[in-house]
Design a protein. Structure first.
Ligand code: HEM
Length: 450
């Protein structure tokens, strides 16, 4: 990136933006942005997700953006909205350039995130800039053990995940069914044990308070903030961190330097672990309809005991996130004027990356709509600049390894006890391309003895 003090930064190799007309702008708003807001950007709404699945809203959004890219070229689409410049990226390499430019000149701390996430994590990593961002990011990288496939607490965390999976398996054995309603409370308990330690296992109140604030956050600027509830959540999280159970994330989180606000970092972790629950259910559904990958995962399990990386199962989880990214919109605001394809975009430009477009782009990926765990094993998915279920560049998810370990461990524990067949009316079918929208809340499984 080159800097020119008068005219802003130039991004080498970027393509010239285009300006779609009012009808096309309306189409992008209606087909891409409205469904994401309606289904709940911060806390998913199950009824709206059911409708989105019925209408396959992601398919309509992907098709529209591909058509616009064909008509206008691969440069960003500049949407004309009052008082804002919104640039919707259409090019894979442009996505890589944008994400590599965090936190300057492209900050993840955007106007929209501030309005939404600020309701329950005022000092969260995604809402921080400058030195505050540096120290909060460093704290997250250290506690979450960003770079290690197996977290340094893998052993005690593995026991917690297995205990809770056994609890879930017992319920499933009794009811002969695994559905979201059985799974969600067990997952929330597991997450509290992983984050705070075993003493917090039954603290449903803290999860309920966070969930209420997250439901408010879905409304972003449209609903007044509930400051007393935010302060109560922060106090409860701090109290939970106090005893610093060394077998949980609270252990390494103890002793955070001033200004980090560990309670707000923890609020983000609890929130983010929800995406893992959706991912686990969707991966189980993929394995239910794909016997080949299911057998291969099972063969891998036969060779492993105790905390393990389980590369094949991990690749299945990553595939679920490619097909149904839980953060479908990556947002960045420009902290300075930038030049894209020779055109100056002002400071404050809001950049939008709709990840399903890139994760399922048949013009680039031979496996676009097919379940292909192999893409994560042979390096081809990682080589893609816009393959970003965990974002990319300096603001990529520091919890990636930890959450993949948590989800694969829980899946392994479930699969060791039974196979699961789909018992709900799902759009997934053996031998067919994967549906663009999959509602995880409606998935239900019947366990089958192995
Ligand atoms: C399947 C589960 C998860 C997915 C798909 C996921 C994905 C993401 C994505 C896409 C971002 C970047 C958002 C952006 O660029 O605006 C992000 C950021 C982040 N994630 Fe995750 N995440 C998951 C779970 C977790 C968990 C469990 C933790 C912590 C225990 C975590 C910690 C973080 C943190 C701290 C950030 C902020 C990074 C920064 O601002 O520099 N994530 N995650």
């Amino acid at each position: 990136m080159e800097e020119s003090p008068r005219s802003g930064r130039t991004l080498e190799g970027t393509r010239a933006p285009s300006r779609p007309g009012a009808r096309e702008t309306f189409g992008v708003a209606a087909k891409v942005l409205v469904p994401l807001v309606a289904t709940g950007a911060v806390k998913r709404r199950p009824k709206a997700m059911a409708l989105a699945e019925r209408c396959q809203t992601d398919r309509a959004a992907i098709d529209l953006l591909r058509r616009l890219r064909g008509e206008h070229g691969p440069g960003p689409l500049l949407l004309s909205v009052p008082k804002r410049t919104i640039a919707v990226l259409l090019d894979h390499e442009d996505v890589g350039r944008l994400l590599d430019g965090a936190p300057d000149p492209f900050t993840p701390d955007t106007v929209e995130k501030h309005a939404a996430l600020g309701r329950f994590q005022r000092h969260g990593p995604l809402l921080s800039r400058g030195h505050d961002r540096e120290r909060r990011r460093a704290f997250n990288e250290a506690v979450l053990d960003q770079d290690r496939p197996l977290h340094h607490l893998a052993e005690p965390l593995w026991h917690k995940v297995n205990d809770e999976s056994e609890r879930l398996a017992a319920t499933v054995r009794r009811s002969r069914r695994l559905a979201w309603a059985d799974f969600e409370p067990v997952w929330a308990r597991l997450v509290r044990r992983v984050v705070f330690g075993d003493a917090a296992a039954d603290d449903r109140g803290v999860t309920a308070l966070l969930d209420a604030l997250r439901r408010d956050a879905n409304w972003a600027y449209l609903k007044p903030r509930n400051e007393p509830a935010r302060a109560e959540l922060a106090a409860r999280l701090l109290a939970r961190l106090g005893p610093a159970d060394p077998t949980s994330l609270a252990g390494p989180a103890a002793g955070a330097e001033p200004g980090v606000h560990p309670e707000d970092q923890v609020a983000h972790w609890l929130f983010a672990y929800d995406a893992a629950a959706l991912t686990l259910m969707r991966t189980l559904a993929l394995l239910a309809v794909h016997p080949g990958p299911r057998d291969r995962a099972r063969t891998e399990l036969a060779t492993a005991s105790g905390p393990a990386e389980l590369p094949y199962l991990r690749a299945c989880v990553l595939e679920s996130l490619r097909l149904w990214p839980t953060t479908p919109l990556l947002l960045r605001d420009a902290t300075a004027a930038t030049h894209w394809g020779g055109e100056a975009l002002p400071e404050g430009t809001s950049f939008v990356v709709y990840t399903p477009l890139f994760h399922r782009d048949p013009e680039r990926l031979p496996y676009a709509d097919r379940f292909t765990p192999q893409a994560w094993l042979d390096g081809s998915a990682d080589a893609e600049p816009a393959m970003t279920p965990f974002s990319g560049g300096p603001a990529r998810c520091p919890g990636r390894n930890l959450v993949l370990f948590t989800v694969t461990t829980a899946l392994a524990a479930l699969l060791r006890r039974a196979d699961y067949r789909l018992a709900s009316d799902s759009p997934l079918r053996t031998g067919r391309p994967e549906a663009a929208t999959l509602n995880p809340f409606a998935l239900a499984f019947t366990p089958v003895r192995v």
